[in-house]
Design a protein around this ligand. Structure first.
Ligand code: PXL
Length: 282
């Protein structure tokens, strides 16, 4: 069984980061090891949340793993709370990276043209250097703009996204996938560029008119889980985009939906079936 290490916070309530990555990746048949960077009472879109920072635990925990000879097939980073944690994530990459370890970075820090309140431009610049060490990165358009210095646009064309992807791979990432890309009215999805073979891929779904917290984490978890199951990147991306769209639709249909996250628990059985089907097609 493949083994992923995911490095991100635990938002105890909120359906994001570890509380998404752990159930989703495990359900895909991949062992999921967690390295929590902080424990928050909720994610940061709630008011008055509590935070217990765990930065000082990252080295002792990973040193223990090293002493036990633990290896990972992939390391997936999501929300990291500080510059120091970005530095530690890099150290963990170099400590645990071997030739076939996949480094998958979701540089969570911004959306809709704005950085989240906790972050500034210097954090974005550091996140760009973390992305530079990755095999696969999955920023949204806002994050891509902050890391490349390109202006954020609400309306754009394929050439704009292609330019963003070129600039991101120039930072050092081998493969760039940009999420939340809408190439025509009523559609949304992802676009990817593999600098190793120059291939570009596009995947568009019908747009669901709702925006929910945690959907980026769902996309990333399914994408890295799919890669670990042996799917080629375009297939993993499609599976992740379809599951995210399916989950948003299911959430919208729930009259008692929570405001703070999506009902991914309800759609997990369909994800497993879709994964089996994608595997059979490879
Ligand atoms: O879903 C990304 C995320 C993860 N963790 C925390 C967050 C957010 C987004 O705001 O606040 C704590």
């Amino acid at each position: 069984m493949k083994r992923i290490l995911t490095i991100q916070d635990i938002s105890c309530l909120g359906k994001c980061s570890v509380t998404v990555a752990l159930p989703v990746i495990s359900a895909m048949g991949v062992e999921t090891v967690i390295l929590p960077t902080a424990v928050l009472s909720t994610h940061t879109m709630f008011q008055n949340f509590t935070v217990k920072d765990l930065t000082d635990q990252l080295v002792p925990i990973t040193e223990h793993w090293k002493s036990q000879g633990i290896r990972f097939d992939a390391i997936y980073t999501g929300y990291l709370g500080s510059a120091e944690e970005i530095g530690l994530a890099k150290r963990i990459f170099s400590d645990f990276r071997s030739e076939d370890t996949l480094i998958f970075v979701d540089p969570v820090m911004a959306d809709n043209g704005k950085l989240y309140a906790a972050f500034d431009e210097s954090y974005a610049a550091l996140n760009a250097t973390l992305c530079g060490q990755a095999d696969v990165i999955v920023p949204n358009i806002t994050e891509a703009c902050f890391m490349t210095g390109m202006p954020y646009r609400e309306t754009y064309d394929r050439a704009y996204i292609e330019q963003l992807m070129q600039r991101l791979t120039a930072l050092g990432a081998k493969v760039t996938v940009i999420t939340g890309v809408s190439l025509s009215e009523g559609k949304t999805g992802v676009m990817g560029y593999d600098s190793r073979n120059g291939e570009t891929f596009v995947y568009q779904n019908d747009r669901v008119n709702a925006s929910y917290h945690g959907t980026g984490d769902i996309f990333s978890s399914v994408c890295v889980g799919g890669l670990m199951r042996g799917l080629p990147l375009p297939k993993a991306m499609e599976l992740a985009a379809d599951y995210t769209a399916d989950t948003i639709r299911a959430t919208l249909a729930n009259p008692r939906k929570p405001w703070y996250g999506v009902d991914f628990e309800a759609t997990l059985p369909r994800l497993i079936r879709a994964l089996e089907q994608a595997e059979a097609e490879v």
